[in-house]
Design a protein around this ligand. Structure first.
Ligand SMILES: [Zn+2]
Length: 436
């Protein structure tokens, strides 16, 4: 079912498509995702696909493209977000919005996160249509905005006004990648993300006694905040095996990277590998801190933010209570800025099986490993509606490539882009084909 010739056939077209998408600057804020929606609707009209606009206003519209099947089964949802995070242009060595091509790589913001995946999803749908394959279910490609800012103007909005567009048998979205090597295990390994950590963004605030910088007294807001942050920094949370990360940990343990599936071995590996740590514990990152008005004035107020990510099973209330005990200073207030959580999707469903089968059609030795995503994605939205959703971007990344995501010089190799188109096509044929 995996058709390697397809990768060659669609390579040039996928490259042109992704180049067009990268050239539409949809940095969020402000977003401007409606320009992507315009582009997708024009493409749909040329290619004979049905499309529907989901008006959001202020240039933030979402769009759904549909390839109809015979309706004997519920749809497959291809989800993609059309916004990207902003760039620090002076930190890029290649331009971020011109789709710069060099040595077999296409550079640009969104190449991996996730306009590249949007191009793969589009090509998979276009090829199914061109080949006229009988489908037992519709394929709905839902391209939404605002994912990078919490999705209020994107997937969350669609869930409110058009939940029918999210109703599907299963969904594929971002969240997992393929790797040539992962945690010291040689690939190919594909992460199939079935679970996510919950983001909990907190603001700390405190007041203190201002005064002259020449006579420090320790009661000023700056001192208070620094002490609170120091205690948080020194807080050690355990590395644990939970049902959602257990398959991934077992996979690396079986390959000798983790000597045993127990806490001490896990803590030792996590101390050396921040991704293992993030996958096995609640994390806290102190992301901002502000106080003071002048170098010789003790501050009256101080503010800081924390980006906390909780393992499945932990509640915000419980975690905030633990954090409060660590800070141990009633003068430091803790306020929740943002919290979201995602149900976990089952691993025995039809789409998970289709992904495994499509990967093994390509390479029987490739591994497909259930993954827990440390970031959060729009998958929580269909999952809340009971739709099993999987993070699966079928690009085989070399070590170091992921650091470019949300970083500088983000890029995708044309080999990966073409491979991903063929892989998603294979998954869709397995899951949606009339004979499947
Ligand atoms: Zn993304």
């Amino acid at each position: 079912m995996f058709d390697i010739a397809l990768a060659d056939a669609v390579r040039a077209e996928a490259t042109a498509l992704l180049s067009d998408l990268i050239r539409i600057d949809s940095s969020n804020p402000p977003g401007n995702e409606a320009a992507v929606a315009d582009y997708l609707q024009a493409l749909a009209a040329r290619e004979g696909l049905r499309s529907e606009r989901i008006p959001v206003g202020e240039g933030r519209d979402s769009v759904a493209l549909r390839l109809p099947g015979d309706g004997t089964a519920a749809p497959l949802l291809f989800l993609a977000h059309t916004d990207v995070v902003p760039v620090e242009a002076d930190q890029w060595t290649r331009p971020a919005f011109t789709a710069h091509l060099e040595d077999g790589y296409l550079y640009g913001r969104g190449a991996l996160d996730m306009k590249g995946m949007l191009a793969m999803e589009l090509m998979a749908v276009l090829e199914l249509r061109r080949r006229g394959l009988a489908l037992r279910r519709d394929i709905v490609l839902l391209a939404t905005g605002d994912e990078e800012a919490g999705s209020a103007f994107g997937a969350e909005h669609v869930a409110k006004v058009r939940p029918d567009l999210l109703q599907a048998d299963a969904c594929i979205n971002e969240g997992g990648f393929g790797y040539t090597e992962v945690f010291g295990v040689r690939g190919p390994v594909f992460g199939l993300s079935h679970a996510e950590k919950s983001p909990l963004w907190l603001r700390l605030r405190t007041r203190g006694v201002p005064g002259h910088g020449s006579v420090p007294h320790g009661e000023d807001a700056g001192s208070r905040m620094v002490h609170a942050l120091a205690r948080i920094d020194a807080w050690r949370r355990p590395n644990v095996v939970v049902p959602e990360n257990e398959p991934l940990l077992r996979f690396i343990a079986e390959r000798g990277v983790l000597p045993a599936l127990e806490d001490e071995a896990l803590a030792a590996l996590a101390a050396r590998n921040p991704t293992v740590n993030a996958t096995t514990s609640h994390t806290v990152a102190n992301t901002t801190c502000r106080f003071g008005i002048k170098s010789n004035v003790l501050a009256a107020t101080a503010e800081a933010t924390l980006d906390c990510r909780l393992l499945p099973g932990e509640t915000a209330e419980h975690f905030i209570a633990d954090l409060g005990a660590v800070i141990d200073d009633p003068a430091v207030e803790v306020e929740t800025i943002f919290h979201a959580s995602s149900p976990v999707s089952p691993l025995d469903g039809g789409l998970a099986a289709a992904v495994r089968d499509a990967v093994h059609d390509w390479n029987p030795d490739a591994a497909v490993v259930p993954w827990i995503t440390t970031g959060f994605t729009d998958s929580r939205v269909p999952r809340r509606l009971g739709v099993p959703s999987y993070g699966f971007i079928p690009a085989l990344l070399e070590p170091g490539e992921l650091a470019r995501l949300h970083g500088n010089d983000e890029r995708i190799s044309l080999d990966n882009l073409a491979f991903g188109c063929a892989m998603l096509h294979g998954v869709a044929r397995r899951f949606c084909g009339a004979g499947a």
